[in-house]
Design a protein around this ligand. Structure first.
Ligand code: KPL
Length: 317
C-alpha cells in the first residue's frame, strides 16, 4: 500500500519506518532538514540496536499525491492547516489516522478536509489513542523509546477489512504495533488525556524523562494535576476511580520511562506545544461545570511563558 505520513516528527517517523519495514511504500512529509536527511541516508531508528530504514521523504506535498492511506501525525495546533493541505494534495479521499493527544480538534479537521475538497470527511477519519513513545534525536534519527499501544474506535458493526478502521487495524498490527479496537473509545481518549495532563506539563517544566514521575518531587506535582483532570472527567460524564487513574499514570510512566514527553521535546526545540488541547481544554471544560483547576491553570501558564521564551532563543536545526 502507498501510505503518506503527514507531519513526520518523532512519532510519525517511527510509524512510517515500521510500515515501510512491513513492505508498504511510505512517504514521510517532514520539516526540510529531516526530509533531506531521510531522503539522503534513510531513517535511523534507535532502540537497543540501530536500524536504517529506506523510505521516501519530502518537505513539500506534491500537487497530485496518490496514496491509499494517510497518517496525520502533526501536533494539534498544526492540524487544520496540515489536513487542508493533505486534502488538496491527494487525488481522492483516503482513510486517515489521527493519533493526536488531547481534545477538541476533530471539528476543525473535518472543516479543513471539507475545505480541501473532501465530501463527508468523517467517513475517512480514524481517531486513535496512541501511547507508543518516540523521541526525536536529530534530523534523520529517532528513538523508539519504550512500549505502548494504539487504540481504535470499534465500529458499531464489526469493521470489515476494507473499512478505514479495519484497514488501520490490519496494517498497524502487521507492522508490529499492539492494536486494540475499543467500544468506549471516548472513555479511552479521556483516559489518555488524564495521563497527558499529568505527565506532559510536569516533564516539560522539569526537563525530565517520563520515568521521573515515579519519584518525588515530580510525583506529587503530577498527582495534583491528575486529580484536577479526574474531577473534570467526572464532571463531563467519564467516571474513573482515582486508583484506576493513578495505575494508568504509573503504567505509562513506567513503559515510557526513558522517553522525553512530546511537550518536553517541543519545548527543547523551541516549538509550540499541545498545552491548549490538553491542559487548556481541561481548564475550559472544567470552567463550564463551575470548577477551577488551580494547578493545571498555573502550569499551563508557565508552559505558555516557556514557549515564548524558547521561541526567542536561536534554534538548533
Ligand atoms: O503521549 C505521550 C506524549 O509524550 O505526548 C506519552 C504517552 C506520555 C509518552 O511520552
Amino acid at each position: 500500500m502507498k501510505i503518506v505520513v503527514m507531519g513526520a516528527g518523532a512519532v510519525g517517523s517511527l510509524f512510517g519506518a515500521r510500515l515501510a519495514e512491513a513492505g508498504h511504500a511510505v512517504l514521510l512529509v517532514a520539516r526540510p532538514e529531516h526530509a533531506a536527511a531521510v531522503a539522503a541516508h534513510g531513517l535511523t531508528v534507535r532502540n537497543r540496536t540501530e536500524t536504517v530504514v529506506r523510505l521516501s521523504a519530502t518537505s513539500e506535498l506534491p500537487p497530485h499525491l496518490v496514496a491509499d492511506a494517510a497518517l496525520l501525525t502533526v501536533k494539534t495546533f498544526d492540524l487544520p492547516s496540515a489536513s487542508h493541505r493533505l486534502a488538496r494534495s491527494l487525488d481522492r479521499p483516503v482513510p486517515t489516522l489521527l493519533p493526536q493527544n488531547g481534545l477538541g480538534f476533530e471539528e476543525a479537521v473535518r472543516a479543513s478536509l471539507t475545505g480541501g475538497g473532501w465530501v463527508d470527511p468523517a467517513a475517512w477519519m480514524v481517531p486513535a489513542v496512541n501511547t507508543v513513545p518516540a523521541t526525536w534525536i536529530a534530523p534523520g534519527v529517532v528513538r523508539a523509546a519504550g512500549t505502548g499501544e494504539v487504540l481504535l474506535p470499534q465500529a458499531a458493526d464489526p469493521p470489515t477489512p476494507g473499512s478505514p478502521v479495519g484497514l488501520f487495524e490490519r496494517v498497524l498490527r502487521e507492522a508490529g504495533f499492539p492494536v486494540r479496537t475499543v467500544a468506549e473509545f471516548d472513555r479511552e481518549v479521556w483516559r489518555k488525556l488524564l495521563v497527558n495532563a499529568a505527565i506532559n506539563p510536569v516533564t516539560a517544566i522539569r526537563g525530565v524523562p517520563n520515568g521521573r514521575l515515579l519519584r518525588e518531587p515530580e510525583r506529587s506535582e503530577a498527582l495534583a494535576l491528575l486529580r484536577e483532570a479526574l474531577r473534570t472527567a467526572r464532571a463531563c460524564g467519564h467516571d474513573f476511580s482515582e486508583t484506576e487513574a493513578i495505575a494508568d499514570l504509573d503504567r505509562i510512566a513506567q513503559a515510557t520511562a526513558e522517553n522525553r514527553s512530546s511537550m518536553l521535546q517541543d519545548l527543547d526545540r523551541g516549538r509550540p506545544t499541545e498545552i491548549e488541547s490538553i491542559s487548556g481544554e481541561l481548564v475550559r471544560r472544567a470552567a463550564a461545570h463551575g470548577l477551577d483547576l488551580t494547578a493545571t491553570r498555573a502550569i499551563a501558564e508557565e508552559i505558555r511563558r516557556r514557549v515564548v521564551r524558547s521561541a526567542r532563543r536561536p534554534q538548533p536545526s
